[in-house]
Every structure is written in structure tokens, then in C-alpha cells.
Design a protein around this ligand. Sequence first.
Ligand code: BTN
Length: 273
Amino acid sequence: MVTRMKSNSHTEDKNIPLKKIEKALVGTRFKEFKHIEETGSTNVDLVLRASEAPDDLILVSDHQTAGKGRLGREWNSPKGLNLLCSFLLTSKWTKNKNPLVTSSLALGVVKYLSTIDVFALVKWPNDIVIPERKGKKISGILAEQVEGDIERIVVGMGLNISWPSSSGEGPPDAISLKMLDVTLDRWTVLAGIIENFEKQLKRLEQSNGSVTLRQDHVANSATIGNQVRVETANNIIVGSAEDITEEGLLVVNDGNQDLYISVGDVVNLRKKN
Ligand code: BTN
């Protein structure tokens, strides 16, 4: 089902190719696609509405007034230029795999981008970066657990389609498809990501899902093999990024020992020799 939600802002959604989105949903777990012109945050909306939404669904907004990034940061994007969406998921996997939903979406995005000849990698834990453009960030992902009787997760993604349009615009480390000379609309990109995310989720559900996902994450990582500085809540770790575990933890060797990091910000210092 495809729904357009009401909001106070001027309607623009007549341009959404609903047939294309409906087609992309076929065979996936997502029973509904909702579009809203403006909201605070698509992640917050889905977390709040999860109890009334029996099925897995996708919410896209043209604009967010309080878009959330990781670690309490903001995610800002001008109206209608980028893909701002959240997926509501019902867990069909064991609880220990929940942190891997972020890597599943990240890999889905990387694999979709490869189909349009954009080479991207996953910068641990949740950034999609373009190595050939000095590791600039094209997409960020934020997963949130929903409190309730059944296990549900909201995972949101911001993907820069048309903004920034040049290096003088937006955050200095940001890049968009437009800056890579790719001119695709948000809906075509969304349709491709739905298909690729679904494949990753199906894999996550398999008994060896964490094993193969880990392998794929390492193979598509912009972090592993680098000297890194990782800022955690109470520490700064400098060392060599060695591995990602089946639980999604980053393993950094600081010269003395392997440290297992669940939350942190990574700065790539240099490629390991
Ligand atoms: C990050 O890189 O810090 C994660 C950014 C996640 C942004 C997306 S935009 C759609 C969804 N709604 C939000 O409020 N945040 C996510």
C-alpha cells in the first residue's frame, strides 16, 4: 500500500512515481510506503507509531525539521533534494543480530550504488563514503530500538542525491550523487535500495547470517586496514583497525592489545603499510 500523509506544507508529492515504489515493494517485507512533505524526524515518527503499525513499512519525508544523526547530532538537508527515509522492521532474527541491521542497510546501499557505477564503502559504523573523493560522506544511517512486546527496529537513512551540489555547499566532508555526476531522482534510488536492503535482511535471517555479513562488511570497509583514531564516550584510542566482529564491534589494536569498540567516531589517519 502506498499512502500520502497529510502535513501543513505545500503539496509536491504528485511527482512521486508510485508505480515504481509499489513495484519495488513486491516480494519484500515492506507492506506499506508512506510519504510526508515535512516532519521532525522520520525515525522518531516510526518509533512513535510502531505500536499502531502491524506491518513493516517505509516512511520518506521531503524535509525534516529535527533530523537526527548519531550521538545526538543533527542531520540537516534542504527540502526535496535528498533521500530522507526510515524503515520500520519486525525482527525475524535473534536479538544478538539487532546491531547488524545498520550494517545490513549500509551494505544494501553500497551494493545498490555499485549498480549505478558509484564505488562506495562503509566507514564503521554507519557512514557510506566515497574513497575516490577523499572518503567524503554520501550517506548516514541511524538505527533505533523500539520498546514494546514484539521486537521492532527503526533504521533511518539520509542519502545525498542533489545536495550539496558543489564542495562549497553543506558540510565540508559531504558529497552527493550530483557531485559525482549521477543524475537520478530520489525515487529511483529508493527503489534500488529497497531491493538491496531486502536481500541483506534475508541474509541476516539465515543461521550463518552474522558470519557472511561480517565477511561482506570487512570486504566493503573503509575502516579496516587503516591506522585510526577512535573517539569513544570516555576514551580516545589510536591504533590499527583490524577487524569487525560478528556482533558488529570494531576491533582496534593499540599496539598492546585488541580493543572491542561498540560506539565511537572513527577518523582514518593513514592506510596501514
Ligand atoms: C549519521 O550519519 O549520523 C546518521 C544520520 C541519519 C539521518 C537519517 S535521515 C532519515 C532518518 N531520520 C532521522 O531523523 N535520521 C535518519
